[in-house]
Design a protein around this ligand. Structure first.
Ligand code: ZN
Length: 363
């Protein structure tokens, strides 16, 4: 489109948006005085030869207008008008006018892409904690934004991070020392202003999750280094996403206790005596009461087994703890698994997948 100029008499182009206005432009082309000798009443009365001259005159006026638009780096002209003018010197001419603009093709619905990646690491200190990486834009142009959980509600101006993406093939793609900035830093969840990134659409399609390493961050009080070693989250991406859905976007660990200490959803390990987590303020009592049946542990045990009859044994060991409204469905899964295993071979994966779905839908 760099060399081609689009022209309309209207004020816009279907499927394009006007991204810049360069102003009004006008050009004129004058025909010799001989031309009008025969014209009496109107332009409509002109002869064939005169018509040809007139067309050339209009053409030249338009060509000049295009030249002017290109000079302004425009790629389109809107509101184009041609007017016949009788100049004072009694010569006749054409004036072409319009507005030079720059247009861009609108992203169609199918070009818009978005992906949210969960961050697979966290920090134990009070630094802005990365929780999510959002990729957003079109197939040709992808922006990146990093979300942080800001427990202190510090006024965070910018964070310098390394981002390590991981794809479905367990390969890493690393962006180093990218500075993300914020419009509003003094709230709990801070989302960085989207920046253009070099990831391609093809890269984006296969990305699975990310690690975000905080190098330093700036507040109005100064620059703070982050020498903390990030902790890698061990649970699967899928489970981490589920945990965040039920326990909040900053959740990185399941609540657990051994009587001496307790681990909060935010990952902080608190003394048994402290009622509230000193990082996030979650209350231990609430975490205890809401930590219902640990189906993930049961599923891990099921995965160690080989056949459906063994998997069913694991279910039966736990059945008392499972909410009664799911029991029937789970037993039916086992029965149909046992049934098909006789004729179709091992049903382990299918059965476990169905059990997982029952609990996930319940969350
Ligand atoms: Zn906490």
């Amino acid at each position: 489109m760099s060399d081609h100029i689009m022209i309309t008499t209207g004020s816009s182009f279907e499927g394009y948006s006007i991204v810049e206005y360069y102003g009004f432009i006008a050009s004129q082309d004058i025909l010799g005085t001989n031309f009008i000798k025969n014209i009496t009443a109107s332009v409509a009365d002109v002869s064939e030869q005169d018509k040809a001259n007139l067309d050339k005159c209009k053409d030249d006026a338009e060509k000049n207008l295009i030249k002017l638009a290109k000079k302004k780096k425009a790629n389109a002209i809107i509101g184009m008008k041609m007017e016949y003018v009788l100049f004072s010197s009694s010569s006749f001419g054409v004036i072409a006018t319009g507005t030079a603009v720059r247009i861009e093709k609108k992203a169609s619905e199918s070009d818009i892409v978005k992906k949210e990646l969960v961050v697979k690491n966290y920090y134990t200190r009070l630094v802005p904690r990365p929780v999510k990486v959002v990729l957003d834009g079109t197939k040709k142009d992808i922006d990146i934004s990093v979300w942080f959980y800001n427990y202190n509600m510090d006024d965070i101006l910018s964070v310098r991070v390394n981002i390590e993406f991981r794809n479905l093939f367990e390969e890493k793609l690393i962006i180093k020392d990218i500075d993300v900035a914020f419009d509003k830093g003094n709230v709990s969840l801070i989302k960085s202003i989207p920046l253009h990134c070099e990831l391609t659409y093809a890269d984006m399609l296969v990305l699975k999750d990310a690690r975000v390493i905080v190098n330093k961050y700036a507040t109005p009080r100064g620059v703070f280094a982050c020498n903390d070693t990030p902790v890698d989250i061990q649970m699967s991406t899928h489970r981490l996403e589920n945990l965040k859905k039920s326990r909040g976007i900053d959740a990185v660990e399941k609540y657990r206790t051994d009587g001496m200490i307790w681990t909060c959803n935010c990952g902080h390990v608190n003394e048994a005596g402290s009622e509230e987590c000193i990082i996030c303020g979650r209350k231990q009592e609430e975490l205890k009461s809401s930590s219902n049946f640990n189906y993930e542990e049961m599923i891990d045990k099921m995965k160690e087994k080989e056949y459906v009859n063994e998997i069913k044994d694991v279910l039966m060991e736990n059945i008392q703890q499972i909410d009664s409204k799911y029991r029937m469905e789970l037993l039916e899964i086992m029965e149909s698994g046992l049934h098909y295993e006789k004729t179709r071979g091992n049903m382990k994966d299918t059965v476990i997948e169905k059990v997982e779905k029952v609990f996930e839908n319940a969350n």
